[in-house]
Design a protein around this ligand. Structure first.
Ligand SMILES: [Zn+2]
Length: 476
């Protein structure tokens, strides 16, 4: 499998590029993604790529961009804290070890994206000691274990006087990916919550579960690393509750208690292994809440996952009425049908037939043909749309609630099916770890659109993860 353990996604919204340009007062020179936001939603911490555009090392991975947060930390520096911490490092061995562990984990974190970058130093680009409190605070906010960053947070949080309480974090463990959403409740009831962090890492927890019935130890280990980071980041951002739901792969695994134990340890809450029906309800809530009036009901939400695919119907945004969860997904179908790279014609035909069978069964349970609007959620559909739109980087803002025609979906799928996994993985919008399974996911989407007569699909970035966060905030 080509899943890269722990590689952070590289999403970047155009509005964030503009905001960070203003915060820095210049053009950013290094590709970045936003890791954490302040109340109001402006970028707080960005994660820089390990090399700049010219290929030169860029050792500061996490960068505090909020101006107010930067000023608050600068005041601490002006009080002479850096010298005091360096003195403490020389005299307090336990502190020195904790600090050095932070440097090592910072370097290892960067090396996940580029192994040579392990040599570029630790927090703030230094190997030992303390150089810059901003870098430590940024690392802490991004989910790092950093004694200085945690101390700075105690001094400066909350940076913004208008910061609201009641923040919550939702984590969705799928078959292919683990995702985080941290939100602040809205000021006015009925408004959308403010997003403070959103992340997605493909660790493929469900690797082999279809065949063995068990979660693979290596897949579990790389997933727990990400889970622990998410939980630390959520707490650093003030989340008062963290809920973790798991769907298909965990649902089907005999040893799911091993994952549940990690969830209890890091999130402080019980893992919620949710039924296909509940998964469908949350997916519909996340996918349809706030749909514009010109989109005709009934809606069909199609949630193509790694291990299962949900078909959910409803006439009102946010309110699912009828659903079926099927045992087909991009990872499961890839493991069952694809042997060649690129897949050969016979493999694709067998895959298409298997999907058609499942669709027949789904339609016998849910009146899918009655739907007027198809809402396609999750990574398969959003990535196909990113390619159809010819985006040069993954920009969720450019994708969310845009239409993908059947003809475009067919064109993109055909192009992807003709590429090797490595060629697909190299596309700038492809999340690390999605390249080898997107063809199977795309077949589900295209066959479903043809079968049920949808000429186009409304592609949605919001889905089950948002549904869970809405539920936690009691937003319906
Ligand atoms: Zn701020």
């Amino acid at each position: 499998m080509s899943a890269v353990p722990g590689t952070t996604n590289q999403e970047l919204r155009s509005s964030d590029l503009i905001a960070v340009r203003e915060q820095l007062g210049r053009e950013p020179t290094v590709p970045f993604t936003v890791m954490a936001r302040c109340t109001g939603g402006h970028p707080l911490v960005i994660r820089n790529a390990p090399r700049d555009a010219s290929g030169a090392p860029f050792p500061t991975t996490y960068w505090l961009t909020c101006l107010l947060a930067g000023k608050a930390v600068s005041r601490l520096e002006a009080e002479g804290l850096i010298a005091r911490f360096n003195e403490r490092e020389r005299t307090d061995p336990a502190f020195a070890e904790a600090l050095n562990a932070a440097h090592r984990s910072y370097a290892a974190d960067r090396a996940r994206d580029l192994s040579e970058a392990l040599e570029d130093g630790g927090v703030g680009g230094t190997r030992r000691g303390v150089k810059c409190l901003h870098a430590h605070y940024a690392f802490h906010l991004a989910g790092g274990i950093d004694p200085i960053g945690a101390w700075v947070a105690e001094q400066v949080d909350p940076v913004h006087a208008e910061t609201r309480g009641g923040r919550v974090a939702a984590i969705d463990q799928g078959t292919n990916s683990i995702r985080l959403l941290v939100v602040e409740p809205p000021n006015v009831a009925g408004d959308d919550p403010t997003e403070l962090a959103r992340d997605m890492v493909i660790t493929r927890l469900g690797q082999g579960v279809d065949r063995t019935g068990r979660i693979d130890p290596a897949a579990l280990a790389r997933t727990v690393v990400v889970l622990a980071n998410y939980c630390r980041r959520a707490r650093a951002l003030g989340a008062e509750a963290i809920r973790v739901t798991a769907t298909s792969a965990v649902r089907d695994a005999e040893n799911r208690d091993e994952f549940a134990a990690a969830v209890l340890e890091h999130a402080g809450s019980d893992l919620e292994v949710i039924s296909g029906e509940r998964e469908a309800g949350l997916s519909f809530l996340g996918g349809t809440r706030g749909l514009p009036d010109d989109v005709d009901p009934p809606y069909l939400v199609l949630d193509i996952g790694g291990g299962s695919t949900e078909f959910v119907m409803g006439r009102l945004p946010g309110k699912a009425e009828d659903a079926i969860s099927t045992q087909m997904g991009s990872v499961r179908l890839t493991e069952r049908f694809i042997r060649s790279d690129p897949p050969d014609r016979r493999e694709l035909s067998a895959l298409e037939l298997a999907v058609a069978d499942v669709l027949d069964d789904a339609e016998s349970h849910v009146p899918i043909g009655d739907a007027r609007t198809l809402v396609a959620v999750a990574g398969t559909a959003t990535t196909l749309q990113a390619i159809a739109l010819d985006l040069d980087r993954y920009d969720p803002e450019a994708i969310h609630r845009t239409w993908l025609s059947l003809a475009e979906a067919e064109r993109v799928l055909s192009a992807l099916a003709g590429m090797t996994s490595a060629e697909r993985a190299a596309l700038p919008v492809m999340a690390p770890g999605r390249g080898d399974v997107i063809v199977a996911g795309g077949v589900i989407l295209v066959i479903a659109m043809r079968r049920f007569g949808f000429e186009r699909a409304l592609v949605s970035e919001t889905d089950i993860l948002d549904g869970l966060a809405f539920e936690m905030l009691d937003i319906r």
